[in-house]
Design a protein around this ligand. Structure first.
Ligand code: NAD
Length: 357
């Protein structure tokens, strides 16, 4: 199969981790007879330095025409003082919007080999942590109208939160379909005891649940979910929620595994196109030192194969290779513990590629 991938390496450790993911993808091509055509586009700070904008129109067109987009990370202290309109992360919001990426999938899995890295007590993680948060990405309060104006002699700020039936329904479908491919359990997270948007959310989810009788469906309040994630994370399989709740809960969930460098994510459209990226940032503190953990990016590439290219076997092969490398005791600095074999970013990428079957 021939697939076009637009590669956005970005800033900081971005180019280092992307290089290792490409190494693994090249090995997939060699083993399974595919051809991946890569087009590299500057994004974030490096694009601001070259072109004065965080992504050029030409770069955006190349994202739109690709079968999938693979991203490293953007940003860093050098660009912190840029005006809001050209900040590095502006480019990410623009790509999400232009490509219609409304669904963000964040799998959170505690690798048993790394259970010592979790901040939770061993008794709490006994049942394992293996869940996916499906977050609505293009609606809600982050995209509503906002203003700050003087009212009755003081400043008052407003942020509007809107959700329409079709926005809720399309993210709901992604969540139910995701649950169908996993343990068939879905928790819909809302604040229906307070918010109208949540009450509509709940109504639409209930209607959808009738179409998926095999999925064990439940409604949970966001505050209770934040607590349950810490108290008993094994109860969750798939969670679906709106933009802001998802933003907060997915960061909380990722910390349960204690290793930000390991976590992948996918942002999906209504078609097969998607953008795939590790959940961490550009880690300027370790950039250029060959210290970064490339596994989050490598696992994001595996998600790209599964969700955009329909290559489930190849995706499984990458995930199994990562598992085997960890089982054999190889660790980058961020996940290192005594008695393990410490490796660089480059070595970790080579190991995963070599373990691929
Ligand atoms: N999607 C993105 O591109 C994205 C996401 C978050 C933050 N950022 C940007 O990244 C920059 C740095 O942000 P931050 O420091 O808050 O978060 P960060 O995720 O970059 O780093 C937080 C900590 O985790 C470590 N870390 C992160 N990824 C790692 C990896 N793969 N291997 C080993 N260690 C890793 C870093 O060294 C640092 O100590 C900021 O400019 C921020 O805006 C970008």
């Amino acid at each position: 199969m021939v697939k076009k991938i637009t590669v956005l390496s970005g800033d900081g450790i971005g180019p280092e981790i992307i290089k290792e993911a490409i190494k693994v993808l090249d090995k997939v091509c060699a083993l399974y007879g595919h051809r991946f055509e890569y087009t590299y586009v500057d994004i974030g700070g490096c694009s601001i330095d070259k072109y004065g904008v965080p992504i050029t129109d030409k770069g955006m067109t190349l994202c739109k025409s690709a079968d999938a987009v693979l991203l490293g990370a953007v940003g860093g202290p050098k660009w912190d003082s840029c005006p809001p309109s050209i900040r590095p992360e502006k480019a990410l919001l623009a790509v999400r919007k232009e490509l219609g990426l409304f669904a963000n999938l964040r799998p959170t899995r505690l690798f048993s080999q790394l259970s010592g890295a979790s901040p939770l007590k061993p008794a709490v993680i006994e049942g394992g942590i293996d869940l996916v948060i499906v977050r609505e990405l293009t609606g809600g309060v982050y995209f509503g109208a906002r203003s700050t104006k003087e009212e009755n002699g003081e400043l008052v700020a407003h942020d509007d939160m809107n959700y329409s039936v079709h926005e809720i329904e399309r993210i709901g479908r992604v969540a139910f379909e995701t649950a169908m491919k996993r343990r068939k359990k879905l928790a819909s997270v809302d604040k229906a005891n307070v918010l109208d948007t949540s009450r509509l959310w709940r109504k639409v989810m209930h209607e959808l649940s009738a179409e998926y009788p095999e999925v064990e469906y439940s409604d949970v309040l966001v505050d209770s979910t934040a607590m349950q994630l810490i108290r008993n994370p094994a109860t969750f399989d798939v969670l679906v929620t709106e933009n802001m709740f998802g933003d907060i809960l997915s960061d909380e969930a990722s910390m349960l595994t204690g290793s930000i460098g390991m976590m992948p994510s996918a942002s999906l459209s209504s078609g097969t196109q998607g953008m795939y990226e590790p959940i961490h940032g550009s880690a300027p503190d370790i950039a250029g030192q060959n210290l970064a953990n490339p596994i989050g990016t490598i696992l994001s590439a595996a998600m790209m194969l599964r969700y955009s290219f329909g290559m489930a076997t190849e995706a499984d092969a990458i995930e199994n290779a990562v598992d085997a490398v960890l089982t054999d005791g190889y660790r980058t600095g961020d996940i290192y513990s005594e008695g393990m074999k410490r490796v660089s970013c480059t070595e970790m990428g080579t190991l995963v590629a070599n373990y691929l079957k």
